[in-house]
Structure formats: structure tokens, C-alpha cells
Design a protein around this ligand. Structure first.
Ligand SMILES: Cc1ncc(COP(=O)(O)O)c(C=O)c1O
Length: 484
């Protein structure tokens, strides 16, 4: 059964001082460190190793000022000598800079060209992006049709914060086909689902508000809410999915909820029909439908808003067509959209018209629901599962019902270290803790199956080599790859 984790909420404690330096509090560092004391070797070594991984995967940002030795020692319940020794090791290896009477700040060692172990010389395979390549001909035809329609817009100013009439109607129709009556004035077009989330966070959140999130969840959503200075209320998406009672309890304590019920990123799980029917949270709820069209083992799920009319939905064509279109949307009441429209100029003044016209052509032609694209994803998912069985047989990876990713679990907490060394073996991955808060998911990695099968197999072979090197005492120094 799923469990709510950290019900008291989590917040990213940081302050910016007059010189523009971000100061990270000792409690924030302690939370990120999680269970650092477990494991072999002296305590100062374990502490410096964990801090180094937090720098490498971006959770301790470059230039940020760490707490004083004394404050961190108190927060960790350890001695100042341990923290002092850990900090000195980080300074020696180039991960911290110190100045007299100032806090140590995060930096990276000067890059040294890495020498790849023999047999891994070919180009790096990127497993940190979970996004398919474009369907070339289909996209080309959609842009050609869009360019023909474009002159109709030339007489107008071109700034439209709600989006073009064509695309608002096409998105409304996408919902109607899924059984949810929707008019174009319930739709605002955005530059992708990420932009939609940012606009909603800006409109709906005040500092210190609590946001219920799936745990794990999509990393850029965590970042969006953290930057709105919200506190996060993570509710576990366990091996059996979502737990209605836990969601409802957390929903009573939160000001906003953000859920990915359709082929959740990163687990690929789909919320069951019975949970959907009972999902009425006490707080405003954002439903992320970015993956909805990628149902691999059955029909597309029913929109949550069918049962929860107050739900605010966000979506895009980034996973069903191509991320480079940068087109997405918000489905909400006209009154909420009006508030978003008023907040929007602080970040942008509208989405490019050509991309909107092309997206309307694609949606009207039902190109986001292409059986051949789904078939490709199914066979890539099989290839990835087979490669795991061959090269990493102790990694447990439940079969996702849709979407583009597997959520693999190692027997040991190896994820951040693996992400830091994997590029030396010709593969980049997104470490599990990037999908959670408080240092969770050190046993997990997200594995997308959007690349061709042969590359997936080779990537897993390389990952197995990297893991072997770790068990033999090697360490990696690579900074985190961008994720999507
Ligand atoms: C769950 C989820 N929501 C939103 C996004 C952002 O999508 P877009 O490219 O439309 O901004 C992604 C991208 O990976 C995602 O996985």
C-alpha cells in the first residue's frame, strides 16, 4: 500500500544575501544528505562523498554557500571535527572554495579530459532524456500546412496570451474525444506543459504554501514549486500505485496538488479507474496529462476531470509528437485562465504562431495517437527489459503501462554514484534522487525507452560495466546531465 512520506512537509531552505550568494541552511543540507551515516569507512569520508554527489547532481548549486562547520555538525548530530575533515577533503578535490571569514562555496574541479575504459569509445548514449525523436514526414507536412495558414495572422499584432483559435479548438476537441465536454474558452495555449506548470505555480501559490506531489515525480515540477517557495508534501506512488486515503489526507493539508496519473514520470504507472473516480481532493489539483496519448497496453485513461470537475489539466504534444514544438496547454475555468493571463506577461507574451498552427494540424489529424509510434515504443520497452535481464538481472523494473520510462530499482543505494561515473562508460543517466525530495530514491534510476533498441541494449551493457567499476572502488566526477 502507498504511504505518505514526510507529512510535515519539506522546504528548500535557502536565502540570497546582498552579494547575490545563495546560502543553504544546515537543515536543508541535512535533509539532502539523508542516511549518510550508513556504510563502511570513516564518517568524514562518507560525509564528503555524499556532499560531493550532491554537488555533482546539482542539488547543491554552484556558488551556493554551505553552512558553517559548527551549524552543520549540530544539524547532523556529529562532531565538528567530522564536518571539518569532510569540508577539507572537498576543498582539496576542488568541490569547495574557501575564503577567510566567509562560508565555503560550492564549485567544481577544473575539467580534466576523461579517459574512457577500453571498449566504450563510441559516442555517449543519452538516457537522461525521456523524449522521442520527431516523426519527420508528419512533422514536415504539419509545418508546411501551418506556413500556408500563417499569412492570415500577418495583419494582427501576433501577441496572443490565450493562443490561436485553431489550436484552442483542436485541444478542446482532444478532450471531447476523451469524453470530457470542453469549449475553446477553457483552453490556454502555452509553450509546453512545463511552461503551463510555471504559469499555474505563479498564479496559484504564495510562499510557504504546501504542494502535494507524487513521490517520485517529474523533477522540473519539483523545481518549479521550490522556486515558488512552496513546501512539498510528497505522497508515495508505490508499487500498487496511488492510495486514495493518503492523497485525500494530504490534500486537506495542502494548498495545491500536482499529480501525473497517466503514465506517470518516472514510473510509467497509470492511476486505476477506481482511484480516479474517488479522487476529489480538498485543494486545487493540477493533473499532468503530458503522457496520456502513450497508452501501450490498453485504451487511453479517462480524464481525471470527468470525476473532478475542478481539476486543472496541463498537457502537451512533446511526448506524443516532438518536444521541439514547445506547444502545450492548460484546461481550466475561464476565470482561472483570466488570472493566468494576467500573470503571464511577467514571463512571456504568447506562444509562437507557426508552432501553434502546426500543432492544430497534428491534433486534428489525430497524429498524437499513431499506432505505429506506440508499436515502436512497445518494442523498445521489450528491448530495454531484455537488456536489463541480461546485463543487470538484479535490477527490479516493473513493466510500465505506458509513457516512455521504466523505474528500475537496484538492490543497493548506488544511483547518484552511478550517474556520476556512467559517462566514463559512454552513457548518461538521471539518478533517482532527482525525482524526489529529501535524498529519497538512491536505489532507483529512470530508464527511458525512446532510443532505438540497439542503442538501449548497448546503453545497459555500458551501465553494467559502470556499476562493476563502482563495486571495484572506482568513483566518477561527472556533473548531472539535463533531464526531460
Ligand atoms: C510529466 C511531465 N510533465 C511535463 C513535462 C514538460 O513537457 P513539455 O516539453 O511540454 O514542456 C514533461 C517532460 O518531460 C513531463 O515528463
Amino acid at each position: 500500500m502507498a504511504q505518505a512520506s514526510a507529512p510535515s512537509g519539506l522546504r528548500f531552505h535557502s536565502q540570497i544575501d546582498y552579494a547575490g550568494t545563495m546560502k543553504i541552511s544546515s537543515h536543508a543540507v541535512a535533509r539532502m544528505l539523508g542516511a549518510w551515516q550508513a556504510g563502511p569507512g570513516p564518517a568524514h569520508q562518507r560525509l564528503s562523498d555524499r556532499l560531493r554527489l550532491l554537488v555533482l547532481d546539482g542539488r547543491l548549486p554552484l556558488g551556493a554557500a554551505l553552512p558553517s562547520e559548527r551549524d552543520l555538525a549540530t544539524a547532523l548530530g556529529t562532531s565538528r571535527t567530522t564536518v571539518g575533515a569532510a569540508y577539507r577533503t572537498l576543498v582539496e578535490h576542488g568541490y569547495l572554495a574557501t575564503r577567510a571569514r566567509a562560508r565555503a562555496t560550492v564549485r567544481l574541479p577544473h575539467a580534466t579530459p576523461s579517459e574512457r575504459p577500453a571498449g566504450t569509445e563510441s559516442a555517449t548514449i543519452n538516457l537522461s532524456f525521456a523524449a522521442p525523436p520527431a516523426p519527420v514526414e508528419i512533422l514536415h507536412a504539419a509545418y508546411a500546412a501551418a506556413l500556408e495558414q500563417l499569412p492570415r495572422y500577418f495583419e494582427r499584432h501576433g501577441y496572443d496570451r490565450y493562443g490561436t483559435a485553431e489550436l484552442r479548438e483542436a485541444v478542446a476537441d482532444w478532450y471531447r474525444r476523451r469524453g470530457l465536454p470542453t469549449a475553446p474558452d477553457h483552453i490556454m495555449i502555452t509553450s509546453g506543459a512545463q511552461h503551463a506548470l510555471g504559469l499555474l505555480a505563479r498564479t496559484l501559490l504564495s510562499p510557504r504554501d504546501k504542494v502535494l506531489i507524487d513521490h517520485p515525480t517529474y523533477p522540473h515540477a519539483i523545481r518549479t514549486f521550490a522556486e515558488a517557495r512552496a513546501r512539498l508534501l510528497p505522497v508515495a506512488v508505490g508499487t500498487c500505485g496511488w492510495d486514495t486515503a493518503q492523497l485525500q489526507a494530504a490534500g486537506r493539508a495542502a494548498q495545491l496538488a500536482y499529480l501525473i496519473p497517466d503514465f506517470h514520470n518516472p514510473t510509467g504507472m497509470c492511476m486505476s479507474a477506481s482511484v480516479r473516480r474517488r479522487l476529489r481532493l480538498a485543494c486545487p489539483t493540477i493533473i499532468d496529462e503530458t503522457m496520456t496519448d502513450l497508452a501501450l497496453d490498453g485504451a487511453r485513461p479517462e480524464p481525471c476531470a470527468v470525476h473532478m470537475p475542478t481539476a486543472v489539466s496541463v498537457g502537451s504534444v512533446s511526448k506524443s509528437i516532438w518536444g521541439g514544438l514547445r506547444t502545450g496547454w492548460i484546461r481550466a475555468t475561464p476565470s482561472l485562465l483570466e488570472r493566468v493571463e494576467q500573470a503571464r506577461p511577467a514571463t512571456d507574451l504568447g506562444t509562437p504562431v507557426v508552432e501553434q498552427l502546426a500543432t492544430a494540424v497534428l491534433l486534428n489529424g489525430r497524429q498524437t495517437e499513431r499506432p505505429d509510434a506506440l508499436q515502436h515504443l512497445r518494442s523498445h520497452r521489450d528491448a530495454l527489459t531484455e537488456a536489463l535481464a541480461e546485463y543487470l538481472p538484479d535490477v527490479h523494473a516493473p513493466r510500465p503501462a505506458g509513457g516512455v520510462t521504466l523505474w528500475g530499482m537496484f538492490p543497493e543505494p548506488v544511483s547518484s554514484r552511478l550517474a556520476a561515473i556512467a559517462p566514463d562508460y559512454g552513457v548518461t543517466i538521471a539518478a533517482g534522487p532527482r525525482f524526489g525530495v529529501g535524498g529519497a530514491f538512491e536505489r532507483h534510476i529512470r530508464l527511458p525507452y525512446t532510443l532505438p533498441s540497439s542503442q538501449l541494449t548497448e546503453a545497459i551493457r555500458r551501465l553494467a560495466q559502470a556499476r562493476l567499476a563502482l563495486t571495484q572502488g572506482a568513483t566518477g566526477t561527472h556533473t548531472p546531465a539535463p533531464v526531460a
